[in-house]
Design a protein around this ligand. Structure first.
Ligand code: PMV
Length: 354
């Protein structure tokens, strides 16, 4: 069938990895499986307008090119276009109609721009959802399962971790023998029991350094090629994911904390031991980690941290201690944040059609 024009709109959240994806093979295949909490408040909202094109002649060079405009927070944004262009090139074989349309991609984030929070996961997921909506409009026979699975597959080709932002609340990406349905090609909802202790788990993101990323994730993943500890690290990710299966079932938060904190320090250890080597933590990152450890040992309140490939700290804790932890954050951690900024988030449900 053909459709002349129209538009779709989706929101997709960010996610925070518990077992980290760090290292990849060709075609965005992860070197190890990862698992994340889908977030709720930190999200990208993207509207996709589309109009059928009637140019039979190639528009440039020898092959027709993609035709799209990009608006970020309502204004044209040229510097994001190459990333989108690359994404379209990668997904075209799976969405052969892409060159038949002119697109207007109108996108915004709910979190501040240049806050040091990566918008690639939520952004690529929101865009993938929109393209799947168009595919479904052209081929209405698809199942919901196919729709979401292919959306995650496409999002992965935009940014690996984006494939974990399509669904909630806990998403696994990467083949793990004892997790049924897990795949290197797309994220799947964690298929086993999750104890109530993890329901509405909180993530308060402390903005320590809002600057541009010192190491792009593309460069970062490449550091795992010829890394002296790569193979052991990839095996460890499988072991930690395996431990999380029973931790999620039993609700053992003490064990959860050990896995999650160790994963984030290992991620940073990989960067410190690669060639070239990097230190992505800032002095305030360490101040925060030490303050969390002290608070936890003094109060027995099960709060922990995780880090992505940067200086910001995600503070994770169960909902029933929210009040005490937020008080602690305000009293003792906000001083380490740039301009005192932090973002309160929690586990969420994945992408939503608007
Ligand atoms: O999706 P990418 O290529 O930006 O990689 C993200 C990597 C980490 O955020 C550091 C870890 C993860 O699993 O999200």
């Amino acid at each position: 069938s053909t459709i002349e024009n129209g538009n779709f709109e989706w929101s997709a959240p960010s996610n925070i990895a518990l077992v980290k994806y760090w290292g990849k093979k060709d075609n965005q295949i992860p070197a190890n499986p990862s698992v994340s909490f889908t977030l709720s408040n930190c999200k990208t909202i993207t509207k996709l307008g589309f109009t059928k094109r009637y140019t039979s002649a190639p528009l440039s060079g020898t092959t027709a090119v993609f035709s799209f405009d990009l608006l970020f927070e309502g204004k044209p944004k040229e510097d994001f276009k190459p990333k989108i262009q690359k994404f379209l090139e990668r997904i075209e074989i799976y969405l052969p109609f892409l060159k038949d349309y002119h697109f207007t991609i109108d996108t915004q984030n709910t979190f501040p721009h240049s806050s040091g929070i990566a918008s690639s996961a939520s952004g690529m997921a929101a865009l993938a959802m929109n393209f799947m909506s168009l595919e479904r409009a052209l081929n209405p026979e698809m199942t919901a399962e196919y729709f979401y699975q292919k959306a995650s597959f496409l999002a992965r080709l935009g940014s690996g971790s984006a494939c974990r932002s399509v669904k909630g609340n806990v998403v696994v990406w990467g083949n793990q023998a004892n997790i049924e349905g897990s795949s290197d090609l797309f994220g799947v909802e964690f298929p086993y029991t999750i104890h109530d202790n993890f329901r509405n788990y909180q993530d308060t993101i402390l903005l320590v350094d809002k600057g541009e990323k010192q190491v792009s994730s593309t460069v970062g993943h490449d550091l795992m090629h010829n890394h002296p500890y790569a193979e052991r690290r990839f095996a460890q990710a499988h072991e930690n994911l395996d431990r999380l299966i029973s931790i999620f079932e039993s609700g053992n938060i003490d064990e959860f904390i050990k896995v999650v904190e160790s994963e984030s320090l290992t991620l940073h250890a990989m960067m410190m031991t690669s060639m070239p080597y990097y230190i992505l933590m800032k002095p305030n990152t360490l101040q925060i980690i030490n303050a969390i450890w002290k608070f936890r040992s003094e109060t027995q309140i099960p709060v922990c941290f995780t880090l992505d490939a940067g200086a910001n700290v995600h503070v994770l804790y169960p909902e029933n201690v929210s009040e005490k932890v937020l008080q602690f954050i305000q009293d003792e951690l906000v001083v380490f944040c740039q301009n005192g900024q932090y973002i309160c988030d929690e586990i969420g449900h994945g992408a939503i059609a608007l």
